[in-house]
Design a protein. Structure first.
Lengths: 230, 112
C-alpha cells in the first residue's frame, strides 16, 4: 500500500501543526513519515494511516520535531553569518579597502573638525537614528513580502529577519545617552573610533538589508536543490 | 542499543561510513540500514539523525540532491570531496578509540 496525494497533504499539515513552519524541513520530514507508514503497512496492512503516523511520530522522541528544527536553524544561522562575513571581508580587501579607508578618514576629519560637542552629538545621534529608521522601513517591507509567500523557507526567514542583529544599531545611540559626552566626544581617539563604527554600520546595513536580500533567490537555490523544483 | 550514550558520539562517523559505502542515501534509509546491519541492536533515533545530517551538511562534508519519488520529494545525502577525506580521518579516530577502550576494559584483547 502506498501513501496517497491526500495523505501527503495531511502529513504536511501534521508537520505544520507540530511547529515545523518551513517547507524545506517539512518536505524532508513528510518523506520520512511516509516511508515509515508505508513500511508499517507492509507488515500490518490493517493499521490505519492515523495510527501508523502516530507510531512514526513517537520515534522522534518526547520533543517531537523541535530538536530537528532547532538544529537546522542553528546551522542556517551560521551559514547566514558566513554570508555576512564574506560580504564584509570584501570591503576590507583590495580594491574596496581604499574606498573603506577613505570613508573612515573623511568622517574622522569631519568629526575632528567640530569643536561644539552638542553639535557633534547631534550629528552622531542623527546618523544612527537614520539607520534605525531605514531598518524599520526595510523590515516592514520584508515582513510584508514574507507574508505573501505561500511556502516558507527557513533560510529566507533568517535573511529577512536578520537574526535580530538589527538591534545592534541602537547600541551607539544608547551609549551616547549614558557616557560623559563632553569628555568622550572631545577626543581624537574617540573621533577615530566613531568614524570606524559609523562606516562599519553603513556596510553592515548595506550587506544585511540590501546585498543579501537582493541575492536571496540565488542563495536559496544554492542551499535548497528543490527550491526551483516547486 | 542498551546504552545510547556510547553510540551517540559516533553517530556522525556511522553516517559518513554508510554514505561512503552506499553513495547516496536518504534519512529513513539510513535508519533502516543501521538497524539491518546491526540486527536491530543499534537504532538511530529520528530526533538525533536529522540534526546530525544537517550539521554534517553545514560543515561541508555532505551535499544534498532532491528527487521526486512517487508523489513526494526526497532528499538524498552524499559525501563531498571534503567529506570523503574526513570519513577516513574519523574512522581512524574511532578505531583508535576502540583500541584504547579495549586496552582499558580488556588488556588481553587486541585488534590489528
Amino acid at each position: 500500500m502506498k501513501i496517497s496525494n491526500e495523505q501527503i497533504d495531511e502529513l504536511y499539515r501534521f508537520t505544520q501543526k507540530h511547529f515545523v513552519d518551513y517547507y524545506d524541513l517539512q518536505t524532508e520530514l513528510v518523506d520520512h513519515l511516509a516511508n515509515g507508514i508505508e513500511a508499517k503497512w507492509q507488515t500490518n496492512p490493517n493499521i490505519s494511516f492515523k495510527n501508523a503516523l502516530s507510531l512514526e511520530f513517537k520515534k522522534f522522541g518526547v520533543f517531537g520535531f523541535s530538536e530537528v528544527v532547532e538544529e537546522r536553524r542553528r546551522m542556517l544561522c551560521k551559514k547566514y553569518r558566513g554570508f555576512i562575513w564574506n560580504y564584509f571581508k570584501a570591503w576590507w580587501s583590495l580594491p574596496k579597502v581604499i574606498l573603506s579607508a577613505s570613508f573612515i578618514y573623511l568622517i574622522f576629519k569631519v568629526l575632528n573638525g567640530i569643536v561644539d560637542v552638542s553639535m557633534k552629538e547631534m550629528i552622531i545621534a542623527s546618523f544612527f537614528t537614520t539607520i534605525v529608521f531605514l531598518i524599520s522601513i526595510k523590515s516592514y517591507f520584508f515582513h510584508r513580502q514574507m507574508k505573501l509567500r505561500s511556502k516558507k523557507w527557513m533560510l529566507q526567514d533568517i535573511i529577512f529577519r536578520q537574526l535580530g542583529i538589527a538591534d545592534l544599531f541602537i547600541i551607539p545611540v544608547n551609549l551616547l545617552s549614558v557616557t560623559n559626552q563632553t569628555q568622550f566626544l572631545n577626543n581624537t581617539y574617540s573621533d577615530l573610533a566613531l568614524a570606524i563604527i559609523m562606516v562599519q554600520s553603513v556596510f553592515l546595513f548595506k550587506i544585511m538589508f540590501v546585498d543579501i536580500p537582493q541575492k536571496s533567490e540565488e542563495l536559496l537555490a544554492q542551499t535548497y536543490p528543490e527550491y526551483r523544483m516547486v | 542499543m542498551p546504552n545510547s550514550k556510547l553510540f551517540k558520539g559516533s553517530l556522525s562517523t556511522i553516517i559518513l561510513k554508510l554514505l561512503d559505502k552506499e553513495g547516496k542515501m536518504y534519512g529513513y534509509e539510513i535508519t533502516q540500514k543501521v538497524k539491518q546491519l546491526t540486527h536491530g541492536k543499534l537504532k538511530i533515533t529520528e530526533g538525533a539523525l536529522y540534526p546530525a545530517l544537517h550539521k554534517l551538511e553545514a560543515e561541508g562534508l555532505l551535499e544534498v540532491e532532491v528527487a521526486k519519488v512517487q508523489n513526494r520529494l526526497r532528499k538524498y545525502y552524499k559525501l563531498t570531496e571534503l567529506g570523503e577525506k574526513e570519513t577516513v580521518n574519523r574512522l581512524a579516530e574511532l578505531e583508535d578509540f576502540i583500541r584504547s577502550m579495549q586496552q582499558l576494559v580488556n588488556p588481553n584483547w587486541n585488534i590489528l
